[in-house]
Design a protein around this ligand. Structure first.
Ligand code: ADP
Ligand code: MG
Length: 238
């Protein structure tokens, strides 16, 4: 439950090739971080995995099944965005439950899952509030909770901490790490922040201009960078 294979994925926008043949294997339960400079294709790769963007060629395989032609809602994936993407007019509870409701999940089951997720993310006091009545950190926890209730095979995070101030970034990062330990789910996490990559990842994928420069554990990349680019990126302090 939750393995991913990316086979020679290429993506062009018009004449511009943004992903130039990505190959990657993620095993069930792994925490994989995509790291690389702004514009290198991290979000595009995540969106191709989620099905929000079609690849120009190549395959995306989840748990052994080619999902390249499967719509996003049927891929068993939940995505968390930098900007939270919450509905302003809905309460926290209804933001978390909406996707399940639309999928036809019975109300008591939705309640049960919201109960578990809101407890995990310390959101119980805020269930009846609207997003405008929450801090940035709380909003991002709601967005994470909305992903958790869907019980996805794969969690995708696109720079989830980028809009938070420094203290909240650390807190929320620790919560995501704890969530990973508890759920034992596969998580793919995009960041341009070396500290986030080094502290969260089982495996880091270093991207540069649409290609993978190196894949390895944090210490492996730190101690044995494949080239100057990786050395500069992983080694340079924030
Ligand atoms: P990252 O997330 O690593 O910052 P992106 O995946 O967002 O990078 O973007 C990679 C490149 O693809 C950038 O040059 C960006 O301008 C371009 N790009 C992304 N989405 C589109 C789009 N929908 N149409 C045209 N170009 C795009
Ligand atoms: Mg991006």
């Amino acid at each position: 439950m939750g393995s991913l294979v990316i086979e020679n994925v290429k993506k062009a926008f018009g004449p511009v090739e943004v992903l130039k043949g990505i190959n990657l294997e993620v095993t069930d339960g792994e925490f994989v971080v995509f790291v690389g400079p702004s514009g290198c294709g991290k979000s595009t790769l995540l969106r191709v995995i989620a099905g929000l963007e079609d690849s120009t060629s190549g395959r995306v395989v989840i748990d052994g099944a080619d999902v390249s032609a499967t719509p996003p809602a049927k891929r068993g994936i939940a995505m968390v965005f930098q900007t939270y993407a919450l509905y302003p007019h809905l309460t926290v509870k209804n933001n978390m439950g909406l996707g399940l409701k639309q999928a036809g999940t019975p109300a008591p089951e939705i309640e049960r899952r919201i109960g578990i997720a809101s407890s995990m993310l310390s959101l119980e006091p805020y269930l009846e509030r609207r997003p405008a009545e929450l801090s940035g950190g709380q909003r991002q926890r709601v967005a994470i909770g909305r992903a958790v209730v869907r019980e996805p095979k794969l969690f995708l995070f696109d720079e989830p901490l980028s809009n938070l101030d420094a203290a909240l970034r650390v807190n929320t990062r620790l919560e995501i790490a704890q969530l990973h330990r508890r759920l034992k789910a596969t998580m793919i996490y995009v960041t341009h922040d070396q500290v986030e990559a080094m502290t969260l990842a089982d495996k880091i994928v270093v991207l540069n201009a649409g290609k993978i420069e190196q894949i390895g554990g944090p210490m492996e990349l730190y101690n044995s960078p494949a080239n100057e680019f990786v050395a500069g990126f992983i080694g340079s302090p924030k």
